[in-house]
Design a protein around this ligand. Structure first.
Ligand code: SAH
Ligand code: SF4
Ligand code: F3S
Length: 449
């Protein structure tokens, strides 16, 4: 750590987008801490502000633009004393256009150029604009340690980029080609966290973890290796793509007690015609088969998904098939979106054919259906037992604690003397809403095998 006196500057990070972006913010914080910058939590203390951005939908970008507008006042007051950097997917997508559009931006750095951040800051301090948006075929930052300062859960990026080119998606353009970080380096970072002792849960991250490949070592091998490092650390992973989900991964989840019985597996659309136009490379039937296999091999497995409405050409009948798939699978949670056209993708050329009102209506009905299913699934959990990793106090206070179940559902329960964040406790579910479980702590010692 750097003391206030010898720090080169104080940097404040603000992060938008997916878990990968949050993980990258910690990576860049690690790079800057090593280079003698101090990371601060109050934007007013900062002389460097980095915004880590997302391009996935137009509204994600608009949010960042309005944030940048907001920073203009601060920049005007502090002038050259303040360096504003934009990192992440918007930096990669817009490159120097970003600086032309938003004059206050001094540094633009894409997801594969984070090692270059200290140099880019130096350039900015000399009054030049610092831009690096080169993508790489190899960069996995395997030798760098992210700065993780709080909490009991950690993200650990195991692969970068994406080669799937779903026709609606910007990620292959903003994050480049798919590459896996070596098993050895993922294991040593896990060992480091285990030695330090604070982190009790690690989520392995990639846009499509199932195509992980380190010279023939597959994702199932990585999962086994990471889970074996410390059996008291629980392991999650995201995101799974249906196309190369092997039974070996299901077996690894089933056979390792510390791997959460929870799988996030987007389906995007229920109609084969739409899936094909999206280039998702699986059919509705194959998806349903995979879910059936998961439920059979891992009894009680919790499944969540991503889905969108209003892809170009989506008819009422296509949409009906999406609703129908959701009724069949009964996901515990779903992230639901309106299709947003992204320039440069294949779907961009198909136009934005579904009117906004129709999209809004389809989305609302989907949300209503999913809310009902989540509520019913949670009601069915009443009386069952679950393990919860304590994260802290519940928002309601009164001595209540909060955490997530193995199945990734938010859970609150009355705390007991001596309980603290990082403890894994066994609870019985006593009540449920659509998004939260209520529970009581079970008296006996946690069962371990
Ligand atoms: N790599 C992950 C998810 C990446 S983005 C995967 O393949 O599953 C997260 C989610 O955003 C996607 O699953 C998709 O549902 C949604 N999404 C991606 N592009 C979108 C677009 N152009 N419009 C609306 N939603 C989009
Ligand atoms: Fe985007 Fe598809 Fe890659 Fe996911 S798998 S990041 S949706 S292109
Ligand atoms: Fe957004 Fe980039 Fe993640 S577009 S969802 S921040 S990979």
């Amino acid at each position: 750590m750097v003391s206030m006196e010898d720090a080169k500057g104080k940097v404040y990070f603000e992060t938008y987008g997916c878990q990968m972006n949050f993980s990258d913010t910690e990576l860049v914080a690690g790079i800057l801490a090593k280079d003698h910058y101090e990371v601060v939590q109050d934007i007013n203390d900062a002389d460097l502000i980095f915004i880590n951005t997302c391009s996935i939908r137009d509204n994600a970008e608009q949010r960042v633009f309005s944030r940048l507008q907001h920073l203009r006042g601060l920049k005007r007051r502090k002038g050259k004393e303040l360096v504003v950097g934009v990192m992440g997917c918007m930096a990669e997508r817009l490159k120097k256009d970003l600086i032309e559009k938003e004059k206050l931006v001094d540094v633009v750095v894409g997801p594969d150029a984070y090692r270059d951040v200290p140099r880019l800051i130096q350039m900015a301090k000399l009054g030049e604009k610092g831009i690096n948006t080169l993508l790489s075929l190899e960069e996995t930052y395997e030798d760098l340690t992210p700065l993780r300062t709080e909490g009991v859960s950690a993200w650990l990026t195991v692969m970068r980029g994406c080669d799937n080119f779903c026709t609606f998606c910007v990620v292959p353009f903003t994050r480049g080609r798919e590459r896996s970080r070596p098993v050895g380096s993922v294991v040593s970072e896990t060992e480091l966290m285990s030695r330090e002792g604070r982190i009790r849960e690690i989520t392995l991250l990639g846009q499509n973890v199932n195509s992980y490949n380190d010279n023939g070592r597959q994702f199932a091998d990585l999962l086994q290796a990471v889970a074996a490092v410390d059996r008291s650390i629980r392991i999650r992973f995201a995101t799974s793509h249906p196309k190369d989900f092997s039974d070996d991964v299901l077996r690894a989840v089933r056979d390792n007690e510390n791997i959460c019985k929870y799988i996030h597996i987007p389906f995007q659309a229920g109609a084969n015609r739409v899936l094909e136009a999206m280039n998702r490379t699986y059919t509705r039937e194959e998806y349903l088969d995979l879910i059936a296999r998961m439920k059979q091999m891992i009894p009680g497995v919790s499944v969540s998904t991503d889905v969108m409405v209003g892809f170009p050409g989506e008819t009422d009948e296509d949409y009906e098939q999406t609703l129908d798939l959701m009724r069949q699978v009964r996901f515990d949670t779903a992230f639901m979106f309106k299709y947003s056209p992204r320039e440069g993708t294949k779907a961009w050329k198909m136009g934005d054919t579904v009117p906004e009102e129709v999209k809004a209506d389809r989305l609302q009905k989907l949300i209503d259906l999913q809310e009902r299913i989540s509520y019913e699934n949670n009601q069915n959990r009443i009386g069952t037992t679950e393990f919860v990793l304590i994260e802290g106090e519940a928002p309601r206070g009164d001595g209540f604690l909060r955490g997530k179940t193995d199945s990734n559902i938010f859970c609150v329960f009355p705390g007991e003397p001596g309980m603290k964040p990082g403890d894994l406790v066994r609870v019985r579910i006593t009540g449920a809403t659509g998004h939260t479980l209520k529970a009581e702590v079970l008296k006996e010692e946690p069962v371990t095998t």
